[in-house]
Design a protein. Structure first.
Length: 228
């Protein structure tokens, strides 16, 4: 592919609303070992920060250094965990590349990460609240254990139809495990009215209750440390 053809190809992909950048096959993929190591480091940093915010104030209150209030940082630590854990998998500026554009490399808070769409093993759908409504994201995992949260366009954009079919996403082909919610989001199943209503209620409850529940667990953990 000449440079002129490649330029036209990229422009057409963007104009078609693919939602991602498409690059030539020469882009290097991030090794799976590197991605897993970075993720483990990020998870350890998040876990250490959350644990310290719960344990340290609780111990200070237990030994009389501070009179009360250890539950406040414990609550915020729980909220930080609820919000920070999904952030480990959230992607920025995903790029399709490789043979057949089957590779997706995206920036994350722990560095670049590459998922092979031709070797996906799981697809799940996650709906998160935002200022403009609900955002659909898809939790994808390949056979190497690499996970990303991506937009629908990464899986179903104009440039991704061949990859979608070859990887078995479009039906019962292959060994990709697709949740019912994800299948509906990808247009593989037609949802009933009852399912739509039940899912809307579940999304609202999960979006509200999950952060509160994790914050409550943080307060409980702090109380257990103080009382031990």
């Amino acid at each position: 592919m000449s440079k002129k053809q490649e330029k036209k190809f990229r422009s057409a992909a963007r104009a078609a609303g693919a939602g991602i950048v498409v690059e030539k096959a020469s882009r290097a993929a991030v090794p799976a070992e590197t991605s897993r190591r970075r993720l483990h480091v990020g998870a350890a940093v998040l876990g250490g920060a959350v644990g310290g915010a719960i344990v340290v104030p609780a111990l200070l209150e237990r030994f009389g250094v501070m009179r009360s209030g250890a539950w406040v940082p414990a609550m915020f630590a729980g909220l930080a965990l609820a919000l920070g854990f999904p952030l480990l998998y959230t992607t920025f500026r995903p790029v399709r590349h490789g043979p057949g554009w089957q590779l997706v490399t995206a920036r994350t808070v722990t560095g670049d990460r590459t998922v092979d769409l031709s070797k996906l093993t799981q697809i799940r759908r996650v709906r998160v609240p935002s200022k403009t409504g609900w955002l659909d994201e898809f939790w994808i995992k390949d056979c190497r254990g690499i996970v990303l949260l991506v937009d629908k366009e990464v899986l179903m954009g104009p440039m991704g139809q061949a990859v979608v079919h070859s990887s078995g996403i479009s039906g019962s082909l292959g060994t990709v495990k697709i949740s019912r919610h994800a299948a509906v989001g990808l247009g593989l199943n037609e949802p009933s009215t009852a399912y739509r209503a039940a899912r809307a209620c579940a999304d609202a409850l999960l979006g509200i209750l999950t952060p509160g529940a994790v914050a409550a667990l943080g307060v409980l953990a702090g109380w257990l440390v103080r009382s031990a």
